[in-house]
Design a binder for this molecule. Structure first.
Ligand SMILES: [Zn+2]
Ligand SMILES: [Zn+2]
Length: 53
């Protein structure tokens, strides 16, 4: 088992004691998906589908 977060062997990512580090702002405590400084992804509008023929 190998944890690529800290580079240590013997435990997996789920058991890694090292807190997740954001790849966007490089702050610990959250990950890229939860980054507060990261702009939200574009909203997909499924309400009005484009004309398809
Ligand atoms: Zn680890
Ligand atoms: Zn962040």
């Amino acid at each position: 088992m190998y944890s690529f977060r800290c580079g240590e062997e013997g435990h997996g990512l789920k058991d890694c004691p090292v807190p997740a580090k954001c790849f966007y702002c490089a702050q610990e405590g959250h990950i890229l998906r939860d980054c507060p400084t990261r702009p939200p992804p574009p909203v997909k509008s499924d309400a009005a589908p484009a004309a398809s023929a």
